[in-house]
Ligand binder design. Structure first.
Ligand code: GDP
Ligand code: MG
Length: 440
């Protein structure tokens, strides 16, 4: 992501690039914030090295300090590493869909089992059966039974003396004959990871063939988070993570540690003891929490928006005068790359919807932008300012310089002419409106 940020601004003047010294000074602060947020040291090291390498050379938005820019880059990268916004529990399998809950003792498995069951019942109208496979803790089965009664969800009949594996088999049978949509298996944990726990979990998995295996972990887990997540993932191949006690003073470091260690999505977070204290995972919120530098992030975002608006206004003025040259096109291409493609940008501009449709490919990808920018960069200053100079021999020279066919140069010049004409027409309708369109 920061890599792209760097490229976007590289063609624009008046902004400095991040030096190695800027980046390492800012990263010292970032490292401290991550450690304070209890991100595992292994992950802190890997993450900051990765971000550092990308941040060096990235452009700094006007009116922003280099350190602030680094924080923004780190924040964006953090959001990217933490994963997608919505990761719902999948029920995309034959009913009854088995969901296996695993984790250490006291992590919140039983509570989370109740919360998820309530959500599936209330929001998706699913018929859920709960089964406690916890044969170790006295009254563990009764705890789940009580919860079930409280939320109006059925629990498997308690029969003393059965093994966890036998209870799992019985739960699946009951769910099948009872016409349930989902069967949730709540397992016994241990105070720490040991072979016995892993073996039992693996056996339960083998007999129940779960569609989801959710690792329930306390957000205050700290340095053990990586080891915990990795152990479970290697042994039973978890499908997702539920982070509990996010309402506590933990700063969410475990989310980053576990995600980085396993690559598995964080699906939900527990934010209290009550049955409705379950929320979707929002990577941006957790990133804010981990970094604790939300103010800086929004400051840099605002500054970047201002710069975009200023550039847009300048551009609108030039268009009004019919002075849209190839340098401007290059700036626009870089801007468009950032905004998700030429077609999507043009659709937002009044009178440009048809042109968007007539573009060679409705969805232009980043590589095409890069090639077009390379073509313009192979032109002389004069040629960029006066595209009429571009005769056949000049076009040949440029094609060679940019490593493309002459036909691509022709296409680009044609596109520029179309855009310039279109912009002249549109800007007669009022440059202010156009500037607003560009400024977003
Ligand atoms: P298990 O041993 O993994 O089954 O853990 P439990 O579900 O029995 O939970 C242990 C304790 O943690 C209980 O007192 C729960 O109320 C509490 N708990 C679980 N999830 C949360 C949460 O998201 N926030 C808070 N504050 N407490 C939680
Ligand atoms: Mg339990």
């Amino acid at each position: 992501l920061s890599d792209r940020l760097g490229k976007i601004f590289s063609g624009l003047t008046g902004r400095g690039a991040l030096s190695e010294a800027d980046v390492s000074a800012a990263l010292r602060e970032v490292r401290r914030a991550l450690i304070e947020a209890d991100v595992s040291l292994e992950v802190v090291k890997a993450f900051t090295e990765q971000v550092g390498a990308r941040a060096i050379g990235a452009e700094v938005t006007r009116s922003v300090k280099p350190g602030q820019q680094v924080v923004k880059i780190v924040h964006d990268e953090l959001v990217a590493v933490l994963g997608e916004e919505a990761n719902p529990i999948s029920l995309n399998a034959a009913a009854p869909v088995p969901i296996l809950m695993v984790g250490l003792q006291g992590s919140g498995k039983t509570t989370t089992t109740g919360k998820i069951a309530k959500r599936l019942k209330d929001k998706q109208g699913k018929k859920v059966l709960l089964a406690s496979l916890d044969t170790r803790r006295p009254a563990a089965m009764e705890q789940l039974q009580t919860l079930g009664a409280q939320i109006g969800v059925d629990t498997l009949e308690i029969i003393a003396g059965q093994s966890a594996v036998d209870i799992a088999k019985r739960a699946l049978n009951s769910a099948r004959t009872g016409g349930y949509d989902v069967v949730m298996l709540d397992t016994a944990g241990r105070t720490h990871i040991d072979e016995e726990l892993m073996e039992e979990t693996a056996q339960i998995k083998a007999v129940s063939n779960p569609h989801e295996i959710l690792l329930v972990a306390d957000s205050l887990t700290g340095q053990d988070a990586v080891n915990l997540a990795r152990s479970f993932d290697q042994r039973v191949d978890i499908t997702g993570i539920v982070l509990t006690r996010v309402d506590g003073d933990g700063r969410g470091g475990a989310a980053l540690s576990m995600r980085a260690a396993t690559g598995k999505p964080i699906k939900l977070i527990g934010v209290g003891e009550k049955m409705d204290a379950l929320e979707d995972f929002h990577p941006k919120r957790i990133a804010d929490r981990i970094l604790g530098m939300g103010d800086i992030v929004s400051l840099v975002e605002k500054a970047a928006a201002n710069v975009t608006a200023e550039d847009a206004q300048k551009m609108a003025k030039k268009m009004k005068k019919g002075q849209f040259d190839l340098d401007d096109l290059m700036g626009q291409l870089q801007q468009m790359k950032k905004m998700g493609g030429m077609a999507s940008l043009m659709k937002m501009m009044p009178g440009m919807g048809n042109l968007a449709k007539s573009l060679p490919d409705g969805r232009t990808d980043d590589k095409i932008f890069d090639r077009q920018v390379a073509i313009i960069q192979s032109m002389t200053k004069k040629e960029r300012a006066k595209p009429d100079l571009l005769n056949a021999s000049r076009r040949k020279r440029i094609a060679k310089g940019a490593g493309v066919e002459v036909s691509e140069i022709n296409k680009l010049i044609k596109m520029h002419r179309q855009m310039a004409d279109m912009m002249k027409k549109v800007s007669r309708g009022g440059a202010g409106g156009l500037a607003n369109m560009f400024g977003g």
